[in-house]
Write a protein that binds this ligand. Structure first.
Ligand SMILES: Nc1ncnc2c1ncn2[C@@H]1O[C@H](COP(=O)(O)OP(=O)(O)OP(=O)(O)O)[C@@H](O)[C@H]1O
Ligand SMILES: [Mg+2]
Length: 441
């Protein structure tokens, strides 16, 4: 099966450039992998050593026939040794899962008029945006248009069971490159932002990608509030950036409370949301959201059969935007020990509003997303924590995992930035996409 596609009717020029590409790839692999290089050199020394040893042997007898055939044998042994050395180099350079990739293309219907898939010529490690350990696959197009690959990206991902970060034109015409995310336990270890994450119903949120390249989705009518936890640098603010951008793009009303007032949030987010950084502004914003919640409940009360805003929209044909309140680092709001009484009062008012929203806002299409390094009682009041339906945590030590989940699931299972484990019924694990400032347009 493999050899059929592998040696399919590629014309001689294609075949020559393919063989050259395989040797180039072998040399690159040997340069990168020292132990493989040492093994290869040892094999060459043994092969050539045997050939030289054989050549230096005197002819077995004095007869004229033997003295004539001996150099022929020597030549044959030398040629076999060189052939074996080149074959070994070819095996090292040959993209090892060429057959699997070819089958994946055929299964996904990405073939040319003669039912041939593009020809994989090279696989190498590459850096792609923030990902340092991506795989780059180079293909000879063989008449397959790049748009056909883009259109069948989902099916290809499923068949090769890897996440495709990009498909681009290559360095020469009719060559293109595909960037695959590295894989950790079947989940991509790095994900770039992709606008397909937004192609979900309005009350659904894509948090990332889980096993089998399946999106990890949240039904916001059932699970409106999210707690994002994890040690410093584990990817909490980056996760919030993705969620904030998704909400903005869906036309929702977004409030961002960033007490750290750091540089985590680019101009796009500051311009398209109500972005506040001081406690006075927090209190005002939270009270405004509470008022909006009360108004929405009054509207629901007057509409028969509408148990939540999604049902209300379906009944009345209207579109009520979801309201999002994002709080990046809850400890900055709750850590009020030693503050002056008037400041303390404002913090307490903000906390009271957050608790009330968490308790009551489920049916009113209002969502809270709260991040913190350490969600213990001092940082997240019990009533707030217990009303947040989904807890997701990234890198944690044993103690932190225990504070969040009551067990060591995060410290045991999460070892990559942007990878999260949840307290849903399956204890799902997913990778969050990483969105750059340039992606936000
Ligand atoms: N989804 C992701 N994929 C890959 N790398 C990521 C991801 N999220 C974050 N990172 C990397 O981790 C770094 C730190 O992320 P981030 O600032 O979001 O951490 P944090 O948890 O908010 O930290 P702190 O608690 O100190 O605010 C980022 O600059 C980025 O390099
Ligand atoms: Mg942060």
């Amino acid at each position: 099966m493999n050899s059929k596609y592998y040696s399919a009717e590629v014309n001689i020029r294609q075949r020559r450039s393919h063989i050259l590409a395989v040797y180039k790839s072998a040399i690159a692999t040997l340069k990168e992998n020292r132990s493989l290089l040492v093994c290869y050199l040892i094999a060459i020394v043994i092969l050539l050593g045997c050939a030289i040893a054989y050549a230096l042997q005197p002819a077995p007898s004095e007869s004229i026939v033997d003295s004539l055939t001996h150099p022929v044998y020597v030549l044959a042994v030398c040629l076999v040794s060189i052939g074996l050395s080149l074959s070994l180099l070819y095996i090292i350079g040959r993209p090892w899962y060429i057959g699997r990739i070819s089958r994946a293309f055929i299964q996904a219907g990405v073939v040319n008029h003669a039912d041939e898939p593009p020809l994989l010529t090279e696989i190498r490690r590459t850096k792609f945006r923030g990902c340092n350990d991506c795989e780059e696959l180079v293909f000879d197009a063989r008449g397959v248009p790049i748009t056909l690959i883009e259109d069948n990206k989902g099916a290809l991902q499923t068949t090769i069971n890897k996440y495709i970060l990009a498909i681009q034109d290559g360095s020469r015409p009719k060559i293109y490159r595909m960037i695959l995310a590295p894989d950790v336990n079947g989940i991509p270890a790095f994900l770039t932002w992709d606008k397909t994450y937004l192609s979900v119903p309005h009350n659904t949120l894509t948090l990332g990608v889980t096993y089998g390249n399946m999106p990890y989705l949240v039904d916001l009518d059932k699970t409106p509030h999210i707690l994002v936890a994890g040690q410093t640098g584990s990817g909490k603010s980056s996760a919030l950036r993705v969620l904030i951008y998704s909400a903005i793009k869906k036309g929702d009303k977004v409030y961002v409370l960033d007490p750290k007032s750091g540089t985590d949030y680019p101009t796009y987010i500051r311009q398209h949301s109500t972005f506040v950084t001081t406690i006075d502004e927090f209190v005002t914003v939270l009270q405004a959201v509470e008022t909006e919640m009360d108004i929405r409940y009054r509207i629901l009360g007057c509409t028969d059969g509408a148990q939540n805003m999604t049902m209300y929209d379906a009944i009345t044909g209207s579109h009520t935007p979801r309201i999002w309140v994002f709080v990046d680092e809850m400890a900055q709001i709750t850590g009020i020990r030693g503050s002056k009484p008037d400041i303390k009062k404002k913090h307490e008012a903000a906390i009271a509003s957050l608790v009330r929203l968490a308790q009551l806002s489920r049916a009113s299409s209002i969502s809270l997303v709260v991040s913190t390094q350490r969600p213990d009682m001092d940082v997240i009041p019990g009533l707030l924590k217990s009303n947040i339906n989904l807890k997701m945590a990234s890198l944690c030590d044993f103690n932190l995992s225990t504070v969040i989940f009551g067990d060591r699931r995060a410290s045991d299972q999460i070892h990559t930035k942007g990878r999260f484990i949840t307290d849903d019924e399956y204890q799902s694990v997913f990778q969050m996409p990483y969105i750059t400032d340039n992606d936000m347009i």
